[in-house]
Design a protein around this ligand. Structure first.
Ligand SMILES: [Zn+2]
Length: 357
C-alpha cells in the first residue's frame, strides 16, 4: 500500500497495519451481515479520505519516561513531541501494558488515547437483587418495581441548541469563513452532547450494576428502530445504546449476569397472567381482566425480567424455578439462588461451560 499511496508511506508501518486491519474488519463485517441476511442496512464499508485518527501499536511513539507528560511520535509525519494535558496519571501503569496509542482529532483539539491490556475482574458481593429495564418514551427506563429514571436534561437542551446551530449553518454561504466558523460551533455542540451522554451512561450503568445481580433489558438494535427525524429521540436512542454497552462491559467485569431479551410483546402481555392485552402507544396503564393493574412500562419491565430469567435458566444449570422469581414471597428465595449462580459465574464458568457442552 505504501508504494501506491504517498500518504501511507509517511505513516509508521504499524499504523498502516492497524488501519488496514480496521478496513478488513469493516469489509468482513459487511460480508458477514450479507450472509446472515440481516434485514436493512448491511454496513457497506466506506472509503475514508479525511481520516481523523491514527493508531500506533508499540512502535512509532515514545513516552517521556521521567514525567510521562509528553509523547514523541517518531515516524515520518513530523508530529514530533506533544505535551499531554489532562488528569490521567500514566505513572500508574507499566509501559509494556500500553498496546496501542491513538491520536484523534476532535472538534476542540487533538486527543491521545492509550489502550492498555489489563485483565480486570472484580469480585463483588451479590446484591441479592434483580432488575428488568424497559426503555420507554417518557422516561429513560422503568424497572419492574415502577421506579423510573428520567430522561437526562441535556437531551432537551442539547436538541434546542443543535437545531439552532444547524439552522444558522444552513444560512451561511458555501465556502465562506462564516460557514466554517458555524460548522465548528455545531461540531463543538455535538461533541459536548456526546460527552454528557457518555457521562450519564457510565454513571447510571455503574449504579445499576452495583445494586443488582441480574440485569434484563430488551435487545433493541439501531437497525430495528425506525429512523426518526426527531432529534431528541435519536439522542436518547444513542444514550440508551451507550448505557447498554456500559452495562455489558461492567457486568462482565463484576461477574454480574446481563441478559438481552427479544423485544416481542413485552408491553402487550400481562405480567401477571400472561394474557395479551392490546394497547396503543398512548395507553399508559395496563389493565387486565385478571385484576392486574400496572403502569404500562412497569408491566413491560416485569415481562422483560421474566423472560430474562427464563433465558438464564435455559443456559445455566440453576434457577429452574425462575418463572416464580417474581412472586411476592420469593425475595429471599431468589436471592439465595442468585448468590449461588453469581459465584458460579465468577469462579466456575469454564466448568459450567464444559458441563453444558
Ligand atoms: Zn392478567
Amino acid at each position: 500500500m505504501a508504494h501506491d499511496f504517498h500518504f501511507a508511506n509517511k505513516l509508521n508501518s504499524q499504523a498502516r497495519q492497524s488501519s488496514a486491519e480496521r478496513s478488513w474488519s469493516a469489509i468482513s463485517r459487511f460480508y458477514d451481515n450479507c450472509k446472515k441476511k440481516i434485514p436493512g442496512k448491511k454496513g457497506y464499508p466506506k472509503f475514508k479520505k479525511n481520516c481523523r485518527s491514527v493508531e500506533y501499536k508499540t512502535t512509532g511513539w515514545k513516552l517521556d519516561l521521567n514525567t510521562r507528560k509528553a509523547i514523541t511520535f517518531t515516524d515520518k509525519n513530523n508530529i514530533g513531541r506533544l505535551k499531554l494535558v489532562g488528569t490521567y496519571d500514566l505513572h500508574f501503569y507499566p509501559i509494556e501494558l500500553i498496546k496501542r496509542v491513538r491520536l484523534i482529532r476532535r472538534a476542540d483539539g487533538y486527543y491521545c488515547q492509550f489502550i492498555l491490556s489489563i485483565d480486570v475482574k472484580i469480585d463483588s458481593l451479590p446484591a441479592n437483587s434483580l432488575i428488568g429495564l424497559d426503555v420507554g418514551l417518557e422516561s429513560f427506563y422503568t424497572d419492574q418495581n415502577g421506579q423510573k429514571i428520567d430522561n437526562p436534561r441535556f437531551l432537551r437542551k442539547g436538541e434546542k441548541k443543535l437545531k439552532k446551530l444547524q439552522r444558522r449553518l444552513s444560512r451561511k454561504k458555501k465556502g465562506s469563513s462564516n460557514r466554517r466558523k458555524a460548522r465548528q460551533k455545531l461540531a463543538k455542540a455535538h461533541l459536548k452532547i456526546s460527552r454528557q451522554r457518555q457521562d450519564f451512561a457510565v454513571k447510571l450503568a455503574r449504579c445499576v450494576i452495583y445494586s443488582n445481580d441480574v440485569i434484563a433489558y430488551e435487545d433493541l438494535r439501531i437497525k430495528n428502530l425506525v429512523k426518526n427525524h426527531c432529534l431528541a429521540k435519536s439522542i436518547k436512542d444513542a444514550a440508551w445504546y451507550q448505557f447498554r454497552e456500559w452495562i455489558e462491559y461492567l457486568g462482565e467485569k463484576h461477574g454480574k449476569i446481563t441478559v438481552a431479551v427479544a423485544p416481542h410483546y413485552t408491553s402487550q402481555k400481562c405480567s401477571n397472567c400472561g394474557e395479551t392485552v392490546k394497547k396503543s402507544l398512548s395507553t399508559r396503564t395496563h389493565i387486565c381482566a385478571c385484576g392486574c393493574q400496572l403502569d404500562r412500562d412497569e408491566n413491560a419491565a416485569r415481562n422483560i425480567l421474566k423472560i430474562g430469567l427464563s433465558t438464564v435458566g435455559h443456559t445455566g444449570t440453576w434457577l429452574k424455578d425462575s418463572l416464580n422469581a417474581l412472586g411476592e414471597d420469593t425475595a429471599t428465595f431468589s436471592g439465595a439462588i442468585l448468590s449461588k449462580q453469581v459465584t458460579s459465574v465468577n469462579k466456575e464458568s469454564p466448568v459450567t461451560a464444559t458441563i453444558g457442552a
